[in-house]
Ligand binder design. Sequence first.
Ligand code: PSU
Ligand code: MN
Length: 302
Amino acid sequence: MTTLPLVRSDEVTRALETGSAIVALESTIITHGMPYPQNLEVARQVEQDIRDAGATPATIAVIDGTLCIGLEDTQLETLAQAKNVAKLSRADMAACIATHGTGATTVAATMIAANLAGISVFATGGIGGVHKGAEDSFDISADLMELAQTSVTVVAAGAKAILDVAKTLEVLETQGVPVIAVGQDAFPAFWSRGSRLKAPLRMDDPAQIAAAHKMRRAMGLPGGQLVANPIPSADEIAATELAPIITQAQHDADAAGITGKGVTPYLLQRIFELTDGRSLTANIALVRNNARLAAQIAQNLI
Ligand code: PSU
Ligand code: MN
């Protein structure tokens, strides 16, 4: 019989044994979302933020055919410097493990792994969603369908402003995914706090978010929740300032013929260049902010 090669870090094993709070973290943000060496610094910093907030971090990746739940520091370092690491989602994660490959997990793949390991909360930057022009390209992230079927609460700063955010919210509604804004009514726009779009739900208390997660389970509803946590005001970039930059980046991606999995990493890198690195500074601040909130939600789930 085929068994799943799943290995937990010592820290995660201890947390599971003692029943303490755990927060999952994705690895695509390390390999495809940020440049080296900031990616490594951020990966370490976010783990520490979770510890400081009273929970245990579990960064998830596939390394040499093993599904790793929690990475040791040397593994984190190798991944942060690795080139040509696969970007894994629901469609290709099993194939990567079966062929003894190495890959970073996206939101969708991290949710699957967290659920397998008994972890209910996951912090990231922004989820994937419906890309601009999806009516022609059909480019809709598998993250949305994962939120509809895997019972993990995902804390993000909304959907990246490179996406068609209105269409992203429509798909989430169709798929029955609760979208919960924290501390405000508006659905946050990743690098910016506000947007013209109102989030369907609002909860300002991590205990409420945890209670809603438990109630979905009690009702036998599959799927998770999207917690939309706005970037701290001190770190945001105004949406009006970013709009032309996003348009430029999208134009460049189209001109370069970028499609499929390459689109999101290309746009993030191009926006980094066009903002002289300010998009990265904001991205780091929002991920850390999400990690802290996720640690509080996780503590209310135990
Ligand atoms: N958010 C970030 N940086 C990232 C991503 C999200 O701030 O790199 C990654 C996540 O792993 C997400 C993926 O799941 O981008 C979405 O990719 P796609 O649009 O190809 O589904
Ligand atoms: Mn896509």
